[in-house]
Design a protein around this ligand. Structure first.
Ligand SMILES: Cc1cc2nc3c(=O)[nH]c(=O)nc-3n(C[C@H](O)[C@H](O)[C@H](O)COP(=O)(O)OP(=O)(O)OC[C@H]3O[C@@H](n4cnc5c(N)ncnc54)[C@H](O)[C@@H]3O)c2cc1C
Length: 491
């Protein structure tokens, strides 16, 4: 495998891809397959392990901060705080760093956005459709067709047989006239699958961008990966990026693709790309609430925990709400107890909290994912972020809550955790280099190329002008394949 430590500073790469997450690795793989020379730059280190870092390390919360950071990094987790303006030492976003980026931790739900989500985009759903299908094939998505959008005909492999508890939940929802379907997921469900969500999977099971794209790309002769090599800035001459500056060397590429994630990519955009004033702005993150279904039959194993998808409330009247889906395996007590900011008193209550959390672990939990409005006042700038849900987000959220409580009442729905209030919950961050028709109101053109540059593209979640009511990973992957074809064409 071409994981190199010393870059050849004299080489001119066809493409330098900055970041190996869902966008970067998917695009880089497609270009490597087409015979292009591709250098991946990755800020994180090689990762290893499986299971929650907090659970695997006794006394994690009491370890010195540097030791905790090292453990988190090895487990593929971001460990440096960002300043979110809440007046304390900041918040560590729950996101991925290292090969595979956030996808190495993700919950594997791989769902298409709705055609209506494309209304304000510079391209139509129909144009994205073949790329959605290609991404579903590539990431080997399993599930069943959503009855309320059957005409979209996604490419789905057969899901594993359904557990008794999920059949009961589906039956109850169907009896209310709702349309549950088997959630679309990029997971091989190997024997004993724990649906590793929130941490690395060490088996050939999680279809993330490292296993599906980065590692296979590195089998090609003209492809290399430099880990622990963050891009620091881009050198520009006129409309061309000539070099990527890293702590090790300045590296040259004919095309440069930024895919360092929606919180980092804006900080790497050259000044002249900000004519619209939109670089770093319109940060979105979804408002996600969790509900425990206290009257539903308990799950028998972790692999039962992510089966349900429901889009009956995606659009209600004129309101854009979102998808309701099974949340996946419960967050372990050790993670909750080690969250920064917990008081000494609450630590004394650890054994009690652990017992309650363990009992809850087998109760079905669903997540309601509200799409949030793109607001210009929400931004990332360096290590500072500012995000507030707008008045209309809060109104729609209240409506969504009432609808979920009403429709899941017979299953004993209890609001568990307003994840929207979770400061670290930035896993779906997007929107900070929006694409659009006009250079006056957007950063990228319809091919994700910076309006003011000839060879600078963005392939991560930054391009999204709206957040959709579903996880963004499949849309990021599909778009990366689309952009890869364009880059290949112009090279
Ligand atoms: C726990 C968790 C669960 C999730 N579950 C789902 C789900 O089920 N479905 C779904 O659709 N979405 C899910 N998501 C969100 C999804 O994973 C992300 O939206 C997606 O991975 C974002 O892709 P990206 O390419 O924008 O960024 P990332 O995948 O985050 O990749 C960014 C990459 O850039 C690297 N990088 C950062 N800075 C630099 C730099 N200066 N130089 C070089 N490299 C750099 C990072 O290390 C990383 O590898 C989840 C996320 C998390 C964290």
């Amino acid at each position: 495998m071409n994981s190199i430590t010393t870059p050849d500073v004299n080489q001119l790469w066809d493409v330098i891809v900055i970041g190996t997450g869902m966008g970067g690795a998917t695009l880089g793989h497609a270009l490597a397959k087409s015979g292009r020379s591709v250098l991946f730059l990755e800020a994180g280190q090689q990762t290893s392990g499986s299971g929650w870092v907090e659970s695997a390390t006794p006394g994690f919360g009491q370890l010195p901060p540097e030791t905790r950071s090292k453990l988190l990094l090895r487990g593929g987790r971001v460990c440096e705080p960002v300043d979110d303006g809440e007046g304390d030492s900041g918040v560590v976003p729950f996101m991925g760093i290292g090969p595979g980026g956030s996808s190495a931790l993700y919950g594997m739900a791989l769902e298409r956005f709705f055609p209506q989500d494309f209304q304000t985009w510079p391209l139509s759903y129909q144009e994205m459709e073949p790329w959605y299908e290609a991404a579903e094939r590539l990431y080997r998505v399993r599930g069943t067709v959503d009855p309320i959008r059957q005409e979209l005909a996604p490419h789905l492999l057969t899901p594993p047989s359904q557990s008794a508890s999920n059949s009961a939940i589906f039956g109850e929802l169907a009896s209310r006239g709702l349309h549950p379907y088997r959630l679309h997921a990029g997971c091989e469900r190997v024997d004993g699958c724990k649906l590793c969500q929130g941490y690395l999977c060490d088996r050939a099971c999680k279809n993330d961008s490292r296993r599906i794209c980065l590692d296979p790309a590195l089998q090609f002769e003209n492809t290399a990966l430099l880990t622990e090599t963050p891009a620091q800035s881009l050198e520009v001459q006129g409309r061309t990026v000539t070099h990527v500056v890293t702590p090790r060397a300045k590296l040259a590429g004919r095309v440069i693709v930024l895919a360092a994630g929606a919180l980092v990519t804006p900080g790497l955009m050259p000044e002249q790309t900000n004519r619209s004033g939109c670089v770093g702005r319109y940060l979105m993150r979804h408002a996600i609430d969790l509900y425990c279904l206290t009257k539903a039959p308990s799950y028998e194993s972790a692999s039962d925990t992510k089966d349900l998808g429901l889009n009956d409330f995606y659009h209600v009247d004129q309101d854009l709400l979102g998808n309701v889906q099974a949340f996946g395996p419960a967050l372990p007590a050790n993670y909750l107890l080690n969250m920064p900011g917990r008081s000494r008193l609450s630590r004394l209550a650890n054994p009690l909290i652990s017992r309650i959390a363990d009992r809850r672990a087998r109760s079905p939990v669903v997540a309601a994912m509200l799409q949030d409005d793109p607001l210009k006042d929400n931004y990332v700038s360096g290590r500072k972020i500012h995000h507030r849900f707008g008045a209309d987000d809060l109104r729609r959220q209240q409506r969504f809550r009432e609808i979920v409580m009403d429709n899941f009442q017979s299953l004993g729905a209890t609001q568990l955790w307003k994840k929207s209030k979770n400061r670290a919950g930035l896993a779906h961050a997007c929107g900070t280099c929006r694409f659009g028709e006009s250079p006056e109101t957007s950063v990228l053109d319809r091919w994700n190329r910076a309006h003011e540059m000839d060879n600078l593209y963005v392939a991560d979640a930054s391009f999204l002008p709206t957040s959709g009511g579903l996880g963004p990973a499949l849309t990021i992957a599909a778009n990366a394949l689309r952009v890869a074809e364009e880059v290949n064409r112009i090279l």
